[in-house]
Design a protein around this ligand. Structure first.
Ligand SMILES: NC(=O)c1ccc[n+]([C@@H]2O[C@H](COP(=O)([O-])OP(=O)(O)OC[C@H]3O[C@@H](n4cnc5c(N)ncnc54)[C@H](OP(=O)(O)O)[C@@H]3O)[C@@H](O)[C@H]2O)c1
Length: 325
């Protein structure tokens, strides 16, 4: 089959639409003929050799797909060849065919394109898991969402607001801040021109926020802790500014804070199935009603995956960048 293969030197990858080994279908898996996949920040790291797939996962890049079921394992129940589906993957999305455990499949709504469906799994599950599972965000609370214009950020703002919480965001351009406000954010700070900490404290009468969803890491750690209210939760989901820094543990103790690290990709299948099912039960109907929407910035043909990665690396996207097959 055809797939994106990584050529070039380590650290300077070239993504080429080339030949890869065919996928095998396990007894509880389906093979999906991929019609769209989407770019995640993690893909950029994997292409540079900095984020290897978890054991047992495909070494082809790609954490999500949308397409049609092309083959069924003998233990699969409830699905037919030809069904339009999307799914979260631990790898293998940038390819013509990919194998998916059937418990992870999601039926694509009739009024969604494959591009919309490919923009769904990774960032919505990440936002859901970390706001409500790890972060325990509740109605009436406030969440501070860094990188508000990112794929994860645009999903997290919508989920927080729908759950009855307030969403505060930071982002690096006025266009991203405007998009976040349109999605329901009530405070939007340009971190390139202002310090988010005084803005957050002023907006909460010095109380602070209940949850911080943080993909930035080292540069923000102390300010995040200062921005949290008593009993606040800092959920660390990325290290875009680095992972090494100092911490004043006095802040954790005094405010009874919780600092939580979280990844989605390396969780066991049973946990991912629980996330899939939990999301479906609580939030899936709101896509049909239009209260939630996957945000797509741009689409590229998969043969231009290299250009798509460069676009994302340059921080140009608001929401998702989708690759079409
Ligand atoms: N732990 C998990 O399970 C998990 C799962 C999915 C994603 N993630 C993480 O969540 C983050 C968002 O992922 P995504 O795919 O949605 O990203 P994305 O769409 O590529 O957006 C990332 C944005 O982050 C901002 N940014 C980049 N470097 C920054 C820095 N040093 N300081 C502050 N902001 C910076 C940029 O926007 P500005 O213009 O605003 O600077 C950039 O556009 C990534 O860190 C990713 O690794 C974690």
């Amino acid at each position: 089959m055809k797939a994106i293969v990584v050529r070039g030197e380590k650290g300077r990858p070239e993504l080429v639409w080339g030949e890869a080994a065919d996928v095998a279908c396990g007894p509880e898996e389906v093979v999906v003929a991929v019609r769209a996949t989407a770019v995640n920040r993690a893909d950029l790291l994997q292409a540079r050799g900095l984020y290897p797939p978890p054991p047992g996962a495909s070494d082809i890049i790609g954490l999500e797909v949308a397409g049609e079921i092309a083959a069924l394992g003998e233990g699969v129940v409830g699905w037919e060849v030809g069904d339009r589906v999307c799914a979260l993957l631990p790898g293998g999305g940038y390819a013509e065919l990919t194998a998916v455990p059937y418990q992870m499949l999601v039926k694509i709504p009739d009024n969604w394109s494959f591009a919309q469906a490919a923009a769904f799994p990774e960032v919505w599950y990440t936002a859901y898991l970390n706001l409500f599972g790890e972060g325990q965000l509740k109605a009436g609370e406030v969440a501070l969402i860094h990188a508000g214009g990112s794929g994860v950020g645009t999903a997290a703002v919508q989920l927080a607001v729908l759950a009855g919480a307030q969403a505060f965001v930071t982002a690096g351009t006025e266009e991203k801040l405007r998009a976040c406000r349109e999605l329901g954010a009530t405070l939007a700070v340009n971190y390139k021109t202002a310090d988010f900490l005084p803005a957050v404290l002023a907006a909460t009468n010095n109380r602070g926020v209940d949850v911080v969803l943080d993909p930035v890491g080292a540069d923000y750690l102390m300010k995040n802790l200062r921005a949290l209210a008593m009993n606040g939760r800092l959920v660390s989901i990325g290290l875009m500014s680095g992972g090494q820094t100092e911490i004043n543990l006095g802040l954790l103790l005094g405010k009874r804070l919780r600092l939580i690290g979280s990844t989605l990709r390396n969780r066991p299948l049973a946990e991912k199935v629980a996330i899939r099912n939990g999301f479906e039960q609580r939030f899936w109907p709101f896509f049909a009603s239009g209260q939630l929407q996957p945000i797509i910035d741009t689409t590229f043909p998969i043969s231009q995956a290299q250009a798509a990665h460069e676009y994302v690396a340059a921080d140009k996207n608001i929401g998702k960048v989708v690759l079409l097959l």
